[in-house]
Design a protein around this ligand. Structure first.
Ligand code: TXA
Ligand code: MG
Length: 318
């Protein structure tokens, strides 16, 4: 299986894979991405196929810096403000796509907008510089499953389908980027994520609007069932039932002889975010039928953690 520790030479190799129309997985500070040259429709199609991702769910285009981003989208003042404040970093900005950007329509699933991100992770930045093209990359998991925070998670979901998996260790943030839509008159929060809403609102000097709920979600990260392990989740658990595994948070008297992970005994939301997806995978492999999840505060990063947990708990198959 082609898992390579991230080094100068393996990053060059991954860049060659992308240049040749192949697919390579790589770490970002949030989760691992499954990358392809965003200007190559055949390569992008392979990404959709490998993930089993519906074609109506657009991908994020990753670029090395804001100058590169401006070649692909119509930046406005608000976009520049957020980019200056949070790039490189775990913020994705949706903007009107620029004519002649070169990014193929499949990346944005036929929308007039494009989602752009400049990641901070050194391996990701090295790859983007070496590749010299925008890199379309969804999270490197099977569609609907828990996002990968290690190279082993990627291999567990996708096997040897990607030509190469760059191993950069466990991701430091552990939750996906925050997605903000700046293509309309008001900034909208499409997906809560690694940068808490409050930090973005502080920079904007105003509240973020919510994307309207509809049958055709404007950001399919809003699909009800997503990020789901095999086991069922029972949220807001204050007790544990026979046969359940426990996903704990903070200093708790709840305990079990069965499988258990405490996301952060100190009650630190950053630590909890980093460990969430690993913990769900770990409890899942214990073979339990159900996971009792203790309440997690909803402020700061808690909003994104609770968003992922609700989707992981949602009824499947819709
Ligand atoms: O942290 C992350 O964002 C990771 C790393 C790899 O960058 N990527 C990631 O990608 O989570 P993915 O494909 O799993 O989620 C991208 C989200 C989806 O909810 C998608 O619907 C939304 O971004 N999105 C992409 N393009 C969009 C667009 N033009 N308009 C609205 N939403 C868009
Ligand atoms: Mg994803």
């Amino acid at each position: 299986m082609a898992i390579e520790p991230a080094t100068q030479s393996s990053i060059q190799l991954a860049a060659k894979v992308l240049a040749g129309g192949g697919v390579a997985a790589f770490p970002t500070e949030t989760v691992y991405g499954l990358g392809a040259d965003a200007t190559n429709a055949q390569a992008v199609l392979r990404v959709y196929e490998m993930k089993g991702r519906p074609r109506f769910n657009p991908l994020i285009a990753h670029v090395a810096n804001r100058e590169a981003a401006e070649a692909h989208a119509e930046f406005n003042e608000v976009a520049r403000k957020l980019a200056d404040a949070f790039w490189p970093g775990p913020l994705t900005i949706v903007l009107e796509k620029r004519p002649g950007s070169g990014i193929c329509d499949l990346v944005s699933a036929g929308l007039d907008t494009i989602a752009l991100r400049v990641p901070a992770n050194e391996t990701a930045r090295g790859l983007l510089l070496a590749a010299g093209c925008p890199v379309a990359a969804p999270s490197a998991n099977r569609a609907g499953h828990v996002s990968p925070t290690t190279a082993a998670h990627v291999a567990a979901d996708l096997g040897d389908a990607p030509a190469l998996i760059l191993d950069g260790g466990h991701t430091t943030v552990g939750l996906e980027s925050t997605v903000v839509d700046l293509s309309g008159p008001e900034p909208l929060l499409l997906r809560p994520g690694a940068i808490p809403r409050e930090e973005i609102e502080d920079v904007l000097g105003k509240k973020l609007g919510e994307a309207a709920i509809s049958n055709q979600p404007s950001s399919p990260g809003q699909l009800a069932s997503h990020y789901a392990p095999r086991a069922r989740l029972r949220l807001e658990a204050t007790s544990i039932e026979p046969g359940e595994a426990l996903l704990a948070f903070g200093n708790t008297a709840l305990s079990t002889d069965g499988p258990m992970v405490n996301l952060s005994p100190e009650g630190d939301l950053r630590e909890a975010a980093m460990r969430l997806f690993s913990a769900l995978r770990e409890l899942d492999t214990s073979g339990c039928e159900s996971i009792a999840v203790m309440p997690i505060p909803d402020d700061g990063l808690g909003e994104a953690i609770n968003d992922r947990l609700r989707r992981a708990a949602a009824p499947r198959g819709c």
